[in-house]
Design a protein around this ligand. Structure first.
Ligand SMILES: [Ca+2]
Length: 376
């Protein structure tokens, strides 16, 4: 008998590597995962672009007969930008975001490396001018959607947080019972033993909203975190990306050729960032978000050998280390400290990189058995 499908909310700021995670989940994990909704947040791009991109991805990734899925607007700004009287963040999803820092130099001004227009046009040509047909707007904002969905299916909903933790923090603030109802929270973010990727201290998702991250890590126990320590080891090469443009015989376990083409096209700008700005020293890209997706699916989590350190994680919210994630590995101290009351969470410290890449390449349809570079 197949294992029970995991109900998943994907909280996201697509984003090139978000697009990879969404495509992999929606197209190749239908036996393992039931995506109950997407919630969007600022980060790689503005929130409006994140929602627009998520809707495009939902439609491009849909297979015939798929149900429609809600794409729910979330925060446009971090907690610190909200009025002090607005603790529940009622204004978060409508706030002025003209001063918010976004990573357009990594993901392009549209968040999808300049590829959005081409694929939106293709959707319009196929479906007409209506909203992308497989996505619909919800009547609530992201924080309420997360809390209400967790309340509807208590103990069954996992939230995969692929961007800043603003929406999740607001869900916990508004509906503390969500701390009980949510099954697991899987967070892409942080850097424990390695430098950040925005500055030596901070990783981008955490630095987008350190206050939100610190609140969430300080309050929710069933949290898995995977940050740069692990995600920077799971890399696609330039050759992998070019293979995405070469059609394969489609099946249910790999992304379709249309989606593979989109993933190929949106990765070009992202690849140039890795070469020209980040100077990563290899010919390829990090695909952070799919690694977090693998962590969110228990059967894959086990198959690719994640190892964890367990302890409280706090986030620096002031000074030059703002956004730094600090894990209490030791846990035994003579005096109580700022970590003492925070729950122990599971932080990924290692993964079987080859096994992770096998999953990734098979699902993307770029494994060696499908392509040889000598093929015509
Ligand atoms: Ca992301």
């Amino acid at each position: 008998m197949p294992p029970t499908r995991r109900r998943l909310i994907i909280d996201t700021d697509p984003g090139v590597d978000d697009a990879y995670a969404i495509a992999l989940c929606a197209q190749t994990m239908r036996e393992e995962v039931d995506i109950v909704g997407y919630t969007t947040v600022f980060g790689n791009c503005r929130r409006d672009d994140a929602s627009r991109n998520a809707k495009l991805l939902v439609t491009v990734c849909a297979r015939d007969g798929d149900a429609r899925t809600p794409v729910v607007d979330g925060a446009k700004v971090p907690l610190r930008a909200l009025d002090a009287s607005d603790r529940s963040g009622k204004e978060a999803s409508t706030a002025d975001d003209s001063n918010v820092f976004i990573a357009d130099f990594v993901h392009g001004v549209d968040g999808l490396g300049g590829a959005r227009e081409t694929y939106e046009r293709a959707v319009r040509e196929r479906w007409g001018d209506a909203v992308p047909p497989y996505a619909y707007d919800a009547s609530v904002d992201a924080a309420d959607f997360i809390a209400e969905t967790c309340a509807r299916y208590p103990g069954e909903v996992t939230v995969l947080a692929l961007a800043s933790l603003t929406n999740v923090a607001l869900a916990f603030r508004r509906r503390p019972e969500c701390l009980r109802d949510m099954d697991e929270l899987v967070v892409l973010g942080g850097a424990i033993e390695v430098n950040g990727n925005v500055n030596p201290a901070a990783e981008a998702n955490i630095l987008c909203d350190p206050e939100a991250a610190d609140e969430v890590f300080s309050s929710f126990e069933r949290t898995y975190v995977v940050g740069l320590d692990v995600t920077t080891r799971v890399r696609l090469t330039a050759a992998d990306i070019s293979r995405l443009a070469r059609p394969i015989v489609e099946d249910e376990r790999t992304c379709t050729n249309d989606v593979r083409r989109l993933l190929h096209d949106c990765a070009q700008f992202y690849k140039d960032y890795h070469t020209d700005i980040a100077k990563v020293g290899f010919d390829g890209v990090y695909v952070h978000d799919p690694t977090a997706l693998f962590l969110a699916v228990p059967s894959i989590r086990d198959a690719i050998g994640f190892r964890f350190a367990t302890g409280a994680v706090r986030v620096a919210t002031d000074g030059i280390a703002r956004g730094h994630t600090i894990l209490d590995r030791r846990r035994a101290w003579h005096h109580p400290n700022d970590w003492s009351s925070a729950p122990a969470v599971s932080v990924a410290v290692d993964v079987d990189v080859d096994a992770a890449l096998r999953q990734l390449r098979a699902r993307l349809g770029i494994a060696d058995e499908r392509h040889t570079d000598t093929a015509p």
